[in-house]
Design a protein around this ligand. Structure first.
Ligand SMILES: [Zn+2]
Length: 191
């Protein structure tokens, strides 16, 4: 079957007066939705520049071995956030880390608390292919009392204007895991 964009091209050759005009979008996520339907759209950026965007199918199957980070992703399935602690200097990492950044020694796993605070946050209006249709979304760097480094994660269930630095947030876990980092996301901790 012909892609919708090609179908309209054929229509133009046969009946040019019936050629539908491409839709114009100022919101990236809305343009992506249109691309999924028709295969082509025009993106208008804040400087009024018009970019023609077409959807080109692209697919690759990649066998991703989590190797020594595996325990972290398996922990998400059990509703646990695992960090790392240096066996020499005691520095505690809010993420998986095989060796210490400070002294180079091996780490061991530690369980992190499920409640932390927003250290900093941002709103993403653009993202990689997987997340493009979900834009805009919020990302937060979460600070845990018992860790020396931060954890970057999606912050949901709150409006952009209600997010603040120091806000208490809780880790939530996807009920059916996909074994990716988005198996964990944060929401405001209810008082
Ligand atoms: Zn160390």
């Amino acid at each position: 079957m012909l892609a919708p964009a090609l179908q309209s091209q054929l229509l133009y050759w046969s009946q040019p007066e019936k050629m539908p005009r491409l839709k114009r979008f100022q919101k990236f996520s809305e343009m992506v939705n249109e691309l999924k339907k028709s295969g082509a759209a025009v993106f208008v950026d804040p400087a009024s520049t018009e970019d023609l965007v077409v959807l080109l199918p692209y697919r690759i199957d990649y066998l991703n071995n989590y190797a020594e980070d595996s325990k972290f992703f398996l922990g998400l399935e059990d509703g646990k956030l695992l960090g790392s602690e240096c066996t020499n200097c005691g520095r505690r990492y809010g993420t998986p880390r095989g060796h210490c950044l400070e002294c180079g020694n091996k780490t061991h796993w530690i369980e992190l608390p499920l409640v932390g605070t927003v250290h900093s946050w941002t709103t993403c209006y653009f993202g990689s292919e997987e997340f493009l249709s979900q834009t805009p979304f919020n990302l937060a760097l979460v600070e845990f009392e018992s860790a020396d480094t931060l954890f970057l994660s999606r912050l949901t269930g709150v409006k952009q204007e209600d997010i603040f630095i120091g806000m208490k947030v809780r880790a939530n876990f996807r009920k059916v895991p996909k074994y990716t980092i988005s198996d964990v996301y944060f929401t405001p901790e209810k008082a």
